[in-house]
Design a protein around this ligand. Structure first.
Ligand SMILES: Cc1ncc(COP(=O)(O)O)c(C=O)c1O
Length: 379
């Protein structure tokens, strides 16, 4: 008689695996995961191609990577390498944050709808998840409710701008939440901040500069040691397949999160690619500018077409088709375009999320979309 596989922890038994539809996407126009739609700077290809084979055999080295991020952020001398954690994507950072800080029965507070991986990370530690709905109809951030719930919250996760609603929070509002509850870990996921410029980092810098001249003992996080900022090279930099994410915060916070990660979780190719991607600011700026132009073009088209949409932040937009959303998504796929259906998601039910790529890609999407809408009979 087989005894079967051993039972996992209670929290794990109660969990469903996080499944994103990841297969069969190659060769299609991928407007479903907010990825960079043209790939990273060519410097990344050169670096990876020229990587000597013997370096495959040695464990990765991270020397200089944190410093490289600091210089690309333009805050040398103020941000310290010890204030940066390096992860196998922001997904791995989220996992480690909950592992290090979340205990059974403790509360993770976030908004709804938001990025889908926050919930499983909380639940696998036995945390209670409370997701406050964005305010309808403008999908704004439920600031007052979040503020008043902070006292009983272990981890607050703010996605700014929020994926998928684009909801934005001003940096000073994030800082207000962080200072209101020093015992709560405030995590601000800034994966898409290049498209809005709402990061808390320049705001903290500005606050420091208002104080007497800063020397090496200055700490960007002295007023908010409970604040953690997440950044990734997956989206704007186009390295989603290589996996590299950063957490930025007080050194003690970074140290604690680092205790629950493996010593070599980030691979050597991701590290080499990161050096190249962070060296080419011109490429990053040009990509952001192309996306913003493409978004403006699409918004004009949607207005002219009298299509309901919501576009507040990030390289994505919500569109409410006049025909059933799943049918539209299916036909788009048949035309070689992937988008993400938001059917049955509270507040944004009936919409699809479209990642913004280049102007030409948006023009291609729009032609296809119009053709599909016109071909589906309306009641
Ligand atoms: C808001 C948000 N956070 C985190 C992630 C995961 O980022 P990474 O690819 O760095 O793991 C995503 C990916 O879509 C996201 O949208």
């Amino acid at each position: 008689m087989s005894l079967g596989a051993p039972i996992a922890r209670l929290e794990v038994e109660a969990l469903e695996g996080y499944s994103a539809p990841l297969e069969g996407r190659r060769g299609l126009l991928r407007l479903d995961f907010n990825e960079n739609t043209i790939g990273p700077t060519p410097l990344v290809f050169t670096t990876l191609r020229d990587t000597p084979a013997d370096s495959y055999a040695i464990y990765p080295e991270y020397d200089g990577l944190r410093e490289k991020l600091i210089s690309s952020l333009g805050i040398t001398n103020i941000l310290q390498p010890s204030q940066i954690g390096v992860f196998n994507g922001v997904d791995a950072a989220l996992h480690a944050i909950c592992h290090a800080f979340g205990g059974p029965g403790e509360k993770m507070l976030t908004t709804s709808p938001t990025f889908g991986y926050y919930a499983p990370c909380a639940r696998m530690q036995g945390m209670q998840l409370e997701a406050i709905p964005h305010t309808v109809p403008d999908l704004s951030f439920p600031f007052q409710i979040i503020y008043t719930s902070l006292a009983t919250t272990r981890i607050l996760l703010i996605c700014n701008p929020n994926n998928p609603s684009g909801t934005r929070l001003r940096p000073e509002q994030v800082i207000e939440l962080a200072t209101a509850s020093p015992s709560t870990l405030i995590v601000v996921d800034e994966l898409y901040e290049t498209f809005t410029g709402d990061s808390v980092l320049p705001f903290l810098m500005g606050q420091m500069n208002r104080n007497p001249p800063c020397n090496e003992s200055c700490n960007l996080f002295s007023m908010v040691p409970n604040l953690l900022i997440l950044r990734s090279l997956s989206k704007t930099a186009g390295l989603a397949g290589l996996r590299l994410g950063f957490a930025i915060g007080d050194s003690d916070l970074i140290d604690r999160i680092g205790r629950v990660t493996g010593p070599y979780d980030v691979n050597s190719f991701a590290v080499s690619a990161a050096f190249s991607a962070l060296s080419d600011q011109y490429y990053l700026d040009a990509y952001v500018s192309e996306v913003l132009q493409a978004r403006a073009w699409l918004i004009d088209a949607l207005k002219l077409g009298n299509v309901c949409y919501h576009a507040k932040g990030g390289n994505y937009i919500l569109i409410w088709p006049k025909s059933p959303v799943d049918q539209v998504c299916k036909y788009l796929r048949q035309n070689g375009i992937l988008v993400r259906s938001m059917s049955n998601k509270p507040q944004i039910n009936g919409s699809l999320r479209l990642s913004i790529g280049t102007v030409r890609q948006m023009q291609y999407f729009w032609l296809s979309y119009l053709q599909i809408e016109n071909s589906i009979p309306k009641d």
